[in-house]
Write a protein that binds this ligand. Structure first.
Ligand code: ADP
Ligand code: GN1
Ligand code: MG
Length: 363
């Protein structure tokens, strides 16, 4: 299912009829601000649910994707952790297919909220702790059970090659208008391999990681503001701790939305970086290796550059991957990432010093 197409109410209702829902369906409306799946809020006469049409061009193997989600959610639930809860169909399946598109249903996690931007260092610090704890919990999980749902997901050199291929193809002739942005990513190519090379050599350990640690993939309690559940588990796979740290810094240590058009509002905040680092390192301190600690601040830059080149590649390719609301949306997103990488580079020494201080304090 492309993110851009509409699914008829008739289809949605006939899909929902196959799930063992409580009550009668009253409404099904688009929901949330994810870029990948098509998400709906379902209200029945008894309660609320989330219905998702999964994106098969991005996750082609639904069977194994859903097996991963079942395994990870039951592992977390058995340990008393707040997590997603799948609703089964009348005949016990975790998803259905309609017109070739797969759909799943989750219980709606009530009285929660998610943030598209960090509202304060306190909240972002709690996000750091939540992703740290998530990773610590999953350290007990047998990585061999998980399928790789998207190959080379945070393989930055592979992402760079995809970017170059999009540039080469340039199907809409958009490259000519964005030479400055293209040059930004070409100029940094020497640095893209550091984490992948060290994972390959064993200098960095492979762990089970979330891999999509956007702030809006945490549901916070609406009253206490404490994190209640980490969601969007489609990309839980073997990876580096640096992916989870760096990607959340990319999104949450910014002073603006990921798609802010006014770049004068977009800044890398050391205060937000410090709050996140305290939370994340505080939860995982004993497990973080010396080399991981050395690369923590750098991972923010790396994940931001990686995501920036994915946005720019998608802009060049004609907006086929990320959901967009207007023709320049991916370009706007690429520009915020470029601005953030620039400022992260300028503040790299200060960020490294902060990481060292937090590591020493918590030793
Ligand atoms: P995507 O892969 O497209 O990002 P997500 O699984 O992250 O999709 O869902 C999109 C949004 O829907 C989330 O950011 C969150 O706001 C909301 N959401 C998803 N699952 C639930 C749930 N079980 N309860 C409440 N809100 C949810
Ligand atoms: C996508 O699914 P969502 O919206 O939480 C993407 C991430 C990107 C992010 C950028 C499976 O995340 O990798 O970092 O957009 N997820 C996938 O906002 O590609
Ligand atoms: Mg999401």
């Amino acid at each position: 299912m492309s993110n851009h197409s509409e699914i008829s109410q008739e289809t949605l209702r006939s899909v929902l009829a196959q799930f063992a829902l409580e009550g009668d369906v009253l409404s099904v409306e688009p929901y949330g601000s994810g870029h990948i799946n098509v998400t709906y809020l379902v209200v029945t006469s008894a309660r609320r649910y989330i219905l998702q049409c999964m994106n098969t061009s991005i996750f082609p193997d639904t069977e194994n994707l859903m097996r991963n989600i079942e395994l990870v959610t039951s592992f977390l639930a058995e340990r008393g952790k707040g997590t997603l809860s799948l609703v089964r169909t009348h005949d016990g399946r975790t998803y259905v297919e309609d017109g070739g598109e797969p759909f799943r249903v989750y219980d709606f996690i009530e009285d929660t909220m998610s943030y598209d931007q960090s509202p304060s260092p306190e909240v972002f610090g709690m996000a750091g702790e939540a992703f740290g704890v998530f990773q610590k919990d999953l350290a007990q999980f047998d990585a061999g059970l998980l399928s790789e749902t998207i190959a080379h997901f945070h393989d930055t050199p592979a992402r760079f090659e995809q970017f170059r291929a999009a540039l080469e193809a340039d199907p809409l002739g958009r490259a000519a208008g964005v030479q400055e942005e293209i040059d930004f990513f070409l100029a940094r190519r020497e640095r893209y391999g550091i984490v992948m090379d060290e994972l390959a050599s064993g200098a960095l350990p492979l762990r089970v990681t979330h891999n999509d640690t956007k702030l809006n993939n945490i549901l916070f309690d609406a009253s206490t503001h404490e994190p209640r559940a980490i969601i969007d588990l489609d990309t839980v796979m073997p990876g580096s701790l640096l992916f989870d740290f760096g990607d959340c810094i990319r999104f949450g240590a910014s002073t603006a939305l990921e798609d802010e058009k006014d770049l004068s509002l977009v800044h890398f905040s050391l205060e937000l970086f410090e709050a996140y680092t305290r939370g994340f390192v505080g939860a995982l301190r004993a497990d973080i290796t010396e080399r991981e600690a050395e690369l923590l601040a750098f991972s923010g830059q790396l994940m931001t550059a990686e995501c920036g080149m994915r946005f720019l590649a998608d802009y060049l390719a004609g907006d086929v991957y990320f959901a967009t609301k207007y023709p320049e949306h991916n370009l706007v997103r690429a520009r915020t990432q470029i601005q953030l990488v620039r400022e992260m580079e300028e503040q790299q020494e200060a960020a490294d010093a902060l990481v060292r201080a937090v590591m020493e304090e918590t030793a």
